[in-house]
Design a protein around this ligand. Sequence first.
Ligand SMILES: NC(=O)c1ccc[n+]([C@@H]2O[C@H](COP(=O)([O-])OP(=O)(O)OC[C@H]3O[C@@H](n4cnc5c(N)ncnc54)[C@H](O)[C@@H]3O)[C@@H](O)[C@H]2O)c1
Length: 253
Amino acid sequence: MNLHGKTIVITGAARGLGAAMAKRLATHRPVLALVDLRADDLKAAAAACEALGATVHCFGANVAKEADVIALFDQVVAKCGAVHALVNNAGITRDALLIKYKDGKVESKMTLDQWQAVLDVNLTGVFLCGREAAERMITGKVPGVIINISSISRAGNAGQTNYSAAKAGVAAMAVTWAKELARYGIRAASIAPGFINTEMVAGMKPEAREKLTSGIPLKRMGEPDEIAQTVEFILQNDYVSGRCFEIDGALRL
Ligand SMILES: NC(=O)c1ccc[n+]([C@@H]2O[C@H](COP(=O)([O-])OP(=O)(O)OC[C@H]3O[C@@H](n4cnc5c(N)ncnc54)[C@H](O)[C@@H]3O)[C@@H](O)[C@H]2O)c1
């Protein structure tokens, strides 16, 4: 897909990986529909993308709410005319051990709220945005691409029952959509990043950071732009579909 003039929706675009994706894609002069709940950060990301050549529209929507997502995609079509690509990037963590047992006592359990909050955003949010984007690609009769941001944790990571389950789910959804939607000219794929140097990680103590990176064969975290490069590659290469791209410096959990 040639990205010039194409409408690309990115959820969770206000900061971190989503903002990095938006900035890299902006150089192709697309129409970016940037979605997030953080209005101020979103404005800053939008200004940076406009300076790089993109036309940008900002939308405040909660991807976990069906009514928000339907209204979001209606507004995108009304403002931008079509939906050519979606990056399902918005995500949260609520880490906890399934059972924390110490000195003969259960100290805590992952709560239903922790489970549900992560599933709502990271799994249901991806389902809703993928469904609404696909509908508009099909009815608009335009070829499209959907990319789900999974994680290395999709293989299972201690402390992340909720997150690992959701991230395995979004990788499986991309394979399912690649099979179901190919007949409409829609491709779907996922990306499973390892540890990436985002705002979240930048605030870590140097010792914790050192411990984390020492276990990575490439001995460093990934940079947000290295995930953005993978998004760009998937969008541009018309024979890519149905696969999960593991961008993790060879780390295995
Ligand atoms: N940073 C990493 O190391 C890493 C590794 C693997 C996977 N990921 C995944 O990459 C994606 C981006 O991660 P990040 O590190 O940039 O996180 P981040 O917290 O910096 O950014 C996520 C963005 O999503 C937005 N968001 C959260 N819930 C939302 C909702 N309900 N509706 C709309 N927007 C919402 C947030 O406001 C935020 O701007 C996530 O899906 C994350 O799980 C990150």
